[in-house]
Design a protein around this ligand. Structure first.
Ligand code: SF4
Length: 223
């Protein structure tokens, strides 16, 4: 078993962040964590929910020092208070910073935060937004294998392999729906630049021509 040590004095708005009450409670959580570990029980420590972006790194470092590196989970944090209806995004920005600076667990937030109970669609939006933050942090922290997924997508984009892009996409249905919204047929471009200006298509064609010329030059008899 493990204790999850929650925080009741966590900031509920940017103005509360990093105040005396929050840090006094963090000291108590650190002490409770030490007592639990001394009794052979693991702990996870809960962290703040509203913190300006520039204070997140210091909050994470303070927790790691006060709680002897115990796993820390954060509720976002929300980095601005003025976008209700979009707090899955305001909080995922903070979650990315927190994860990059050492958070072990991200508690997702939905668009309904501060407003009402979430619908299944709100839950889906929150989970996907937090998956983005978590994966981006894994890549930035250079966790083994985290970048492989992105590199595979880059290869699929470079070869205009749409089927492979949809397979690799975390939400392949959403990607496929948008691609086919304006473009009904399969093609070596998308509707963003159009076929004439598709830089990926043009680069591929130029590369193929250069390679063909080089191979032709190598195979022709020297005079
Ligand atoms: S049309 Fe533009 S956005 Fe679309 S694949 Fe080509 S370069 Fe990329």
């Amino acid at each position: 078993m493990a204790y999850s040590l929650g925080d009741g004095l966590r900031p509920g708005c940017l103005a509360d962040a990093s105040d005396e009450a929050q840090f006094a409670e963090l000291d108590t959580l650190g002490e409770l964590g030490r007592r639990a570990r001394a009794a052979g029980v693991q702990t996870i420590i809960e962290g703040p929910g509203h913190v300006p972006f520039d204070q997140i790194e210091a909050n994470m470092k303070r927790q790691q020092a006060v709680c002897d590196g115990a796993p820390f989970y954060v509720l976002g944090p929300v980095v601005t208070d003025v976008f209700p209806g979009h707090d899955h995004i305001t909080s995922a920005m903070g979650a990315l910073a927190a994860a990059y600076h050492g958070a072990s667990f991200l508690c997702y937030v939905t668009p309904a935060e501060h407003l009402g109970l979430p619908t299944p669609q709100d839950v889906k939006a929150g989970c996907i937004t937090y998956k983005i933050a978590a994966h981006a942090a894994d890549v930035a922290r250079k966790l083994p294998g985290a970048r492989d997924w992105d590199d595979a997508m880059a290869d699929a984009r470079g070869s205009l392999d749409w089927k492979r892009q949809f397979e690799l996409a975390f939400d392949g249905d959403a990607a496929r729906t948008i691609r086919h919204r304006d473009l009904k047929e399969e093609g070596d471009y998308c509707s963003m630049c159009g076929r004439q200006w598709c830089a990926v298509r043009i680069s591929r064609e130029v590369t193929e021509k250069i390679v063909a010329q080089q191979e032709g030059g190598r195979s022709s008899p020297s005079t």
